[in-house]
Ligand binder design. Sequence first.
Ligand SMILES: [Zn+2]
Length: 159
Amino acid sequence: MTENPASYSAKPETRGRKSIPADKRKPPQTTVKINDAILPFVKELKGNLKNKTLTPDILQSFFDVLNSKESNQDIDLQAENKELNALVRFQNQKIYELNDKPLAKENKQLRAQIEQLENKEHACQALTKSGSQCTKPAKLKAKWHGVEINVCLQHSKNR
Ligand SMILES: [Zn+2]
């Protein structure tokens, strides 16, 4: 172990608080007496200031609340909400136009077709004197040349 006697004698003073270089010293801070009622709030603020979560915007919104003005952030959010709602409505409308409308149309056509087929199935299958198919609803089944056909009340009688 070799100890330089020169450095020993030049050892800086280490007792007490380390002195901060003049250019890094904080400006003198304001000292105020505060009411205990607002002390927790001030402590919270100091904490937030320390961990850098206290932005000028947040400070401004605090002042706005204290001055019972609506904070700008709220107004921004409301505007954003309105915009989003309008967008959602617009997209819903588009979805409706793209999907529901043609589907509804198709559904209507299919339903009409089904109805038509059902009517055909349930219509009297006998021929009228003029030779066209009877349009009366079939109420009964009748045997005709070895097959069963649907017939109306009238055609079930006079075969
Ligand atoms: Zn008939």
